[in-house]
Design a protein around this ligand. Structure first.
Ligand code: NAP
Length: 589
């Protein structure tokens, strides 16, 4: 290579030094440059001491497979963290989404870190279902010789806490793998314990011999997922509420708040498909009830902490155990010993525990009994290309009654009842690279979003309008009543008129004696839907995970049976192929 000015004038060197470095680097071969980069990285790792044998070739990096099963993105972000740290420690990490896993390759993994979220009532994340089933099934290969470690993520408010991580850990051992580090089962406040677990696990997985000072640097590009952690760990920012409108009519039995939030210093670079986390505040009335039940009314510092920092609703078996440890309450202890605690928790919250088993508590007790108040994520309903420095959300107020007490969703009712124009909220963008518009704007899209599930599709349509995407767009929307619950009705009509929406099919479930759901509309349109999919359309589902998303998937399988006269197994294979090629994407909750 001829001599040239490689270093910019802004490089932190004097003119003479820059000229010398240019002279060396300008004529260096790629191998020499790579060696130099590895040497300098090794020098840093060794605290600035010259490497013991700088002329020796770098050690080959130890391959490490990092497998993740993620629904909301947390496991994926942690997999990225593992990869980053592993790379620094001389591993050659490979991050693999469960949805892309070929189970037959596992015996060759050598070293394996698996991070698995548990979803709903003890289920694997939707994208992980296929490979998880294969791994648990009889056809799974032996993995003798593989060193593994499992990190389980979950939510203690669900009875089957971390069930998937636990099952995976046991399965990898049963298949012949060697557990290199104990599994950790982490709750929603996982960031700190996860960081500790990652550090210790990589130490346990490292080769026995001490690495040379010269570490091999893997020049491959960072794996997908490695970059997301930066977003996740970012500090929340304060935004101002500039619009707060109930999208349902005053005669509806639902209340869905359209919220427009303005960023003072410019909106962060969110994409259609991303979510926004809201850091909510608890209901002040519930805080006062808890303080009174604990005999702590009047403690203003504690009141402030309970309002904004502690989860004062969730009740889990672990909460009761911590309560018994703090108070020694005999009746609460009996509840655990009799094995009835799990059933008793159903539909109850912390206040029920404190009211049923009265005991004086200290502020410290309340702190240990509760967990930190987690943020709530909502699918973003806007495109920056249309709303500039704002972000829009659609949030349904969750209100219900159990065991004779009125209950309310922490964040949704905070937004519905205690937030108005001009109020401030703390928020943070949560990226979701598994729910993305097709790269080619000419590709058709089919969107299924009943209720608040329609939110990200407002962002999709805004985005495609702004970029004048030539691809067609088809929306399936459903809610209770046409007159009262047709969220963003006027906007969809405008979109149909300007062409950013090609087609809309609606299902209002309670306007007639029998229920009509979006999946009925899918089946009714089977021929046309399959012809869009065969033409390359991407298919998106957002909303309820428990029933709707499964029913919609079954309806798409059925559509293939009808349109192509396929057997149920062949139709299922068509949908599985769509999923594998990432043309069937879900954002469900
Ligand atoms: P929703 O009221 O639960 O449902 C919307 C429509 O879907 C209704 O017409 C409903 O019919 C119908 N539906 C019920 N079961 C179905 C099924 N198996 N398949 C297809 N459609 C079905 O919707 P939502 O307003 O979006 O509320 C959903 C829940 O999401 C809330 O309870 C909330 O806790 C949670 N959530 C909301 C947000 C948010 O607000 N952004 C975020 C996270 C979680 P019927 O009711 O008549 O049966």
């Amino acid at each position: 290579m001829s001599r040239q000015n490689l270093l910019p004038r802004t490089a932190p060197f004097g003119d003479g030094e820059r000229a010398s470095l240019d002279a060396v680097l300008g004529s260096a071969t790629p191998v020499q440059r790579a060696w130099l980069a590895g040497f300098l990285a090794g020098l840093d790792a060794a605290g600035g001491q010259p490497a013991a044998a700088p002329s020796a070739p770098p050690k080959a990096a130890e391959p490490l497979t990092i497998l993740y099963a993620s629904e909301s993105g947390n496991s994926e972000a942690l997999a990225g963290n593992v990869a980053k740290l592993a790379r620094k420690q001389g591993f050659k990490p490979k991050v693999v989404d469960f949805s892309d896993l070929d189970v037959a390759t596992l015996p060759k993994a050598g070293k394996l870190v698996a991070i698995a979220a548990t979803w709903g009532e003890g289920e694997p994340p939707a994208r992980a279902v296929r490979a998880y089933g294969e791994l648990m099934g009889e056809g799974a290969p032996r993995i003798d010789g593989v060193d593994f470690a499992v990190l389980a993520l979950g939510d203690t408010s669900y009875v089957e806490f971390c069930a998937i991580g636990k099952a995976l850990d046991a399965r990898l051992e049963a298949l012949g793998g060697k557990r290199a580090a104990a599994r950790a089962d982490l709750d929603l406040d996982f960031e700190k314990p996860a960081a500790d677990w990652i550090k210790n696990t990589l130490k346990a997985l490292a080769p026995a011999e001490a690495p040379d000072n010269v570490v091999a640097v893997d020049f491959a590009r960072a794996a997908p997922g490695e970059d997301d952690e930066a977003e996740l760990s970012r500090e929340p920012v304060v935004v101002e509420v500039v619009e707060h409108v109930n999208l349902n009519s005053s005669r509806s039995d639902k209340e869905t708040i359209h919220l427009a939030l303005a960023f003072e210093d410019g909106a962060p670079a969110y994409e259609p498909g991303d979510s926004l986390e809201i850091f909510p505040e608890n209901d002040p009335q519930l805080v006062d009830e808890i303080l009174s039940a604990a005999g702590l009314s009047g403690d203003e510092a504690l009141r402030k902490a309970l309002l904004a920092e502690r989860d004062i609703t969730t009740l889990s078996a672990a909460t009761i155990e911590r309560f018994v440890k703090a108070t020694g309450h005999a009746d609460a202890q009996k509840l655990i010993e009799s094995g009835e605690a799990r059933a008793w928790i159903e539909g109850r919250h912390l206040i029920d525990l404190l009211a049923t088993f009265p005991a004086p508590l200290t502020a410290e007790h309340l702190n240990t009994i509760t967990r930190p108040l987690p943020p709530r994520a909502y699918s973003i309903a806007s495109s920056r290309k249309e709303v500039g420095d704002e972000v829009h959300l659609a949030i349904v107020a969750v209100r219900y009654e159990t065991h004779g007490r009125a209950r309310s969703g922490v964040a949704s009712v905070h937004v519905a009842d205690r937030i108005r124009d001009g109020a401030k909220l703390r928020v943070r963008v949560k990226p979701n690279r598994h729910f993305r518009l097709p790269q080619d704007p000419a590709t058709d899209i089919i969107m299924v979003g009943p209720g608040t599930g329609v939110a990200p599709f407002r962002a999709f349509v805004q985005e495609r309008r702004a970029i004048e995407a030539p691809g067609r767009s088809w929306l399936f929307f459903g809610d209770r009543h046409f007159l009262h619950d047709f969220l963003y009705q006027l906007e969809w009509q405008e979109a149909l008129e300007d062409g950013s929406l090609t087609k809309i099919d609606v299902a209002f479930s309670r306007d007639q004696p029998e229920k009509i759901y979006v999946q009925n509309r899918i089946t009714h349109n089977a021929q046309e839907l399959v012809s869009w999919l065969e033409g390359g359309a991407h298919f998106y589902v957002c909303g309820d995970a428990k029933n709707m998303a499964k029913d919609v998937r079954a309806a798409v399988v059925r559509a293939y049976e009808i349109a192509k006269s396929l057997s149920p197994a062949d139709a299922e294979a068509q949908v599985a192929a769509l999923e594998r090629s990432h043309r069937y994407q879900q954002d469900v909750y």
